[in-house]
Design a protein around this ligand. Structure first.
Ligand code: NAP
Length: 304
């Protein structure tokens, strides 16, 4: 029987019933525990909030299965030599699509004008149709491509940008310039890596059309905060809806909290859902035991 260490005790109560059921469903015979002698552990279900930081004693562990989509807090851990899988969870993806579509629609429809100023004006300006509001998504992976599909389904013209060439998707520096210059709404769904840190600096923000809206559920470090605040102050960026920050929780005295053109949401765009993500974990353990390739294996040289 395998020993599967669930290494984040604070999430145990939430995950335990789902993981137990998912392992049984996948035909995996395993002892699911929150504590074990390291040399007895076959798989580690991990999250960056786990107290486990030194993987050296886990000599038998075949893989580390991350509960989060983002892996920037573990990818550089020198003690981790096993394969690392990140989370691509259908429930998390569904949540992200809903958050992205909701915040894009808020800005597209100009909802604030009527919700925040009820009865104070009678301005009958109709919003344009979605087909007239270009959206750019930086990062066309699991979450970016699902968000793009949903927005396209509502007729938004969506331009995607990713690291590698893909059909219907821009890439490279010229592609980025094109993607930014065409964005009435910019959604950032990139991972945090050395290449993406401060990707949206002053020069790149200046490439956006005046009044463009930024929606960032990716990572705080993708944006140079001072450059964004300057672009907001100057009215070049019309609004920024930010879910993620360099420091979380966002410090109480941060200008984002009080800036009239910033909306802060507290890293709630999309959560890993215990029921659907447990099936992904169980499937990866089944694969590991069957000698099949893992799903969502992280390329550590790439950083995601
Ligand atoms: P993913 O499937 O790995 O997709 C990442 C995308 O970013 C890929 O399209 C990749 O390009 C692109 N990319 C990476 N480095 C790039 C670079 N240097 N230049 C251009 N494109 C680059 O990841 P995902 O599952 O969609 O998740 C994306 C991120 O969302 C996560 O890393 C995490 O930070 C964030 N997230 C946030 C929340 C939240 O609640 N706010 C929840 C979950 C995830 P290729 O396709 O060419 O590889």
């Amino acid at each position: 029987m395998l020993t599967v260490l669930f290494a984040t005790p604070s999430l145990w109560a939430e995950f335990q019933p789902h993981l137990t059921a998912a392992l049984a469903e996948a035909g995996v015979s395993a002892r699911l525990v929150t504590e074990a002698r390291p040399e007895e552990v076959d798989y580690i279900v991990y999250s960056p909030i786990s107290p486990l930081q030194d993987f050296t004693p886990y000599t038998r562990a075949k893989a580390v299965l991350n509960l989060w989509a983002g892996v920037e807090k573990i990818v550089g851990n020198q003690t981790l030599t096993q394969p690392l899988c990140r989370m691509v969870d259908p429930g998390l993806t569904e949540g992200m699509v809903e958050w992205v579509v909701g915040h894009c629609l808020r800005h597209h429809l100009g909802m604030d004008r009527h919700i925040l100023n009820p009865g104070h004006f009678w301005d009958q300006t109709c919003p344009p149709l979605a087909r007239e509001r270009p959206v750019t998504i930086l990062g066309m992976g699991a979450l970016g491509s699902a968000s793009a599909a949903a927005l396209r389904g509502m007729n938004f013209p969506v331009t995607g940008w990713s690291r590698t060439a893909k059909p219907g998707c821009l890439h490279g520096e010229d592609g980025l310039k094109q993607a930014l210059s065409n964005a009435a709404i910019l959604v950032t769904l990139l991972p945090k890596t050395p290449e993406t840190e401060n990707l949206l600096n002053a020069d790149r923000l200046a490439m956006l059309p005046k009044g463009a809206v930024i929606v960032n559920p990716g990572r705080g470090a993708l944006i140079d905060d001072d450059a964004l605040l300057a672009a907001l102050d100057a009215g070049h960026v019309g609004h920024a809806t930010l879910d993620v920050f360099r420091v979380e929780p966002l410090p109480k005295d941060h200008r984002y909290w009080t800036h009239p053109r910033v909306t802060v949401t507290p890293h709630i765009a999309a959560d890993t859902r215990p029921s659907s993500s447990s099936r992904v974990i169980a499937e990866n353990i089944r694969r590991g035991e069957a000698g099949e390739p893992y799903l969502h294996l992280v390329d550590r040289t790439r950083g995601y």
